[in-house]
Each structure stands twice: as structure tokens, then as C-alpha cells.
Design a protein around this ligand. Structure first.
Ligand SMILES: [Ca+2]
Length: 321
């Protein structure tokens, strides 16, 4: 800025000065200082202003000062839009498959130094959204996004809320996750520890609770009968067990029994020995139902297999209902 003295006729100082020199504006004579050549002083300083409207106050030390020109130039950091979403991630409560949760709210704040222009707000995966954001968000303004979770399948479901626009941190994202639960209950065996009478090669019993239909347990070959079991950790009442083999395998039958135990030693027969067909047309899935019974250990004992000389199970599901 340039300042001119009208009072005591000397080169001025501004409260924000950082450097004062004889200015390019040259000298002149002014009122009250007839005998003194007044001198333009050019004070240049640099301050960083926070976002929003600011008030600049010039403080004279004595006398009076005229301001001939006050100029502003953009600093090295030009105004930028920034969006801040809170919370930064959302985890929904368990939700039955094909139902929709109550909405959870994400607050989006325009926290930069320029107005944010929104090009799109989307929720991916099994999530949906509505919002109050409009197409622009002034500095300091907020809007809300309401997110719902509608799992289309059981298990962990993930997605993201994505806001695209001119903000420097575009896309602004919020991680979304939730667990879809089967409308017919919960697979209590998922991820639970297992044990076995034997296994061959790289096919341990842990494969039967890993949630992957393609990974399987296979017992030692040519040594029937063989068993595989799941430990639920505590006695849980169930009435349905689902056994699977990899969906692409050829059809076969296995002759098996299902036992339950509360101590891992004494087993009660839940399903007597019978021959079950694993058929790729039915996704190689066999369902065993039995009167509800509270057991901690569930064991399948296989006495015969027409497809391979060993017991084979890829998923051992124990359903709560
Ligand atoms: Ca598996």
C-alpha cells in the first residue's frame, strides 16, 4: 500500500508495515506542510488472511494519513474449495438380506476458502443416499447426506459414499460397511474353529468355515470313515446344517451322519446315517434339518463317497434358525 502524510509531514508507517521505503509516487507539497516536501511512502507487507470476510484496520501513530491506494494481490495459495465429511466412515448394524436399514447421517462441511461446486454424490455397493447438498456449498456451509444399507447378500458388504466436485480433495469419500444376515438366520459356524479325523495334502478342515465354497476339506484317502467338526464356542440351539462341495464339481453321493456334543467327547446323533446327493444343478448343496438341539460341537461323519475315496466338505454351515 501507499500512505501519504498530511499531519506531521513525514513518511508514514502503517500498523502492518514490514518495509517502508521512499515510494515510486514521488513527492508533493500538502496542506499543513508547506515547507516540507511530502514523501510518498510505500509500505508493503504480506499477511495471510483466513477464509471469509475480513476487516482491515490501519492504525496511525499520530496526525493523519491519507491512503492513496490500497491494493491486494493473490498470494501463493489461491482460494480452494475443501469438503470435510463426518464421520469419516460408517458401519451399519447387521441387516437382513433384502431389507433396508434406517438412515445414518453424514455431515458434509465446506471447509476451504472457496465455494465448493458439487458434481455428484453417490453411494456404491448395497448402499443408497439422499442429500441436501445441492450443487454449490458456500464456505462455512454444511449439508447432510442420509445413507441407508440394503444388503443384497449375506456377509460383509462394503461400499463408499463419494462426493465429486471442484474441491481440492475430490473425490471426498466415506467408507461404508455392514453385514447382511440371511433372512433365514445366521450361519453360526462362519469362521469358527474346526477339527478333523484326518486330512490330505493341503485340504484341512479349516476350509469348511472360511465362507468360500471352493476351498474344501478332504480326509485321508481310502480310510473310511472320517469326520470333520465345528466348535461354536458355546452350546447354540440349531435345527439346520448345510453342507457344500465346490459348485462346479461333478455329482456324487456321500453317506454321512450328523452328531452334536456339548463337551466334544460324548456325541448325540442329530441325523442318522443316510446317503445324500451333492449335485451341481443344486450348487452341490445339501441341507440337513433336525429337531432343535443346543450343541457346542457339530460333527459330520462320512462313511462313503461315490466321487472320491475320502470325506469331502467345502462348507459346513450351522444355521441359527
Ligand atoms: Ca470353504
Amino acid at each position: 500500500m501507499r500512505v501519504r502524510s498530511t499531519g506531521r509531514c513525514r513518511t508514514g508507517r502503517a500498523a502492518v508495515q514490514s518495509a517502508v521505503g521512499q515510494g515510486a509516487g514521488g513527492g508533493e507539497r500538502g496542506g499543513g506542510c508547506d515547507d516540507v516536501v511530502q514523501t510518498w511512502g510505500t509500505a508493503t507487507t504480506q499477511v495471510t488472511l483466513p477464509a471469509g470476510r475480513q476487516i482491515l484496520t490501519l492504525d496511525q501513530d499520530s496526525g493523519g494519513w491519507n491512503i492513496n491506494h490500497l491494493g491486494f494481490t493473490a498470494g501463493s495459495g489461491s482460494p480452494q474449495a475443501t469438503l470435510t465429511a463426518s464421520p469419516g466412515s460408517l458401519t451399519f448394524a447387521d441387516q437382513a438380506v433384502n431389507t433396508t436399514s434406517a438412515a445414518r447421517t453424514v455431515t458434509v462441511a465446506s471447509s476451504g476458502t472457496a465455494t465448493a461446486s458439487l458434481a455428484g454424490v453417490t453411494a456404491g455397493g448395497d448402499f443408497a443416499q439422499t442429500n441436501t447438498c445441492g450443487t454449490t456449498l458456500a464456505v462455512g456451509a454444511n449439508c447432510t447426506v442420509s445413507v441407508t444399507f440394503g444388503p443384497t447378500a449375506a456377509g460383509t458388504r462394503t461400499g463408499a459414499l463419494t462426493l465429486t466436485g471442484n474441491q481440492s480433495n475430490s473425490p471426498t469419500t466415506v467408507g461404508l460397511s455392514g453385514t447382511g444376515t440371511d433372512s433365514a438366520g445366521t450361519n453360526l459356524a462362519a469362521g469358527k474353529p474346526t477339527s478333523e479325523s484326518s486330512h490330505t495334502d493341503v485340504y484341512p478342515s479349516s476350509n469348511v468355515t472360511d465362507g468360500n465354497q471352493n476351498s474344501y476339506w478332504e480326509s485321508a484317502n481310502n480310510r473310511f470313515s472320517q469326520w470333520v467338526q465345528v466348535d461354536l464356542g458355546s452350546a447354540r440351539s440349531t435345527s439346520r446344517v448345510v453342507l457344500q462341495l465346490p459348485a462346479g464339481w461333478g455329482a456324487r453321493t456321500q453317506t454321512l451322519t450328523l452328531g452334536g456334543s456339548t463337551d466334544g467327547t460324548t456325541f448325540t446323533t442329530l441325523k442318522s446315517s443316510a446317503t445324500y446327493t451333492f449335485d451341481p444343478s443344486a450348487r452341490n448343496t445339501v441341507t440337513l434339518t433336525f429337531p432343535a438341539s443346543a450343541q457346542r460341537y457339530y460333527r459330520v461323519t462320512i462313511a462313503a463317497n461315490t466321487g472320491w475315496p475320502a470325506g469331502q466338505v467345502s462348507e459346513f454351515q450351522i444355521w441359527s434358525a
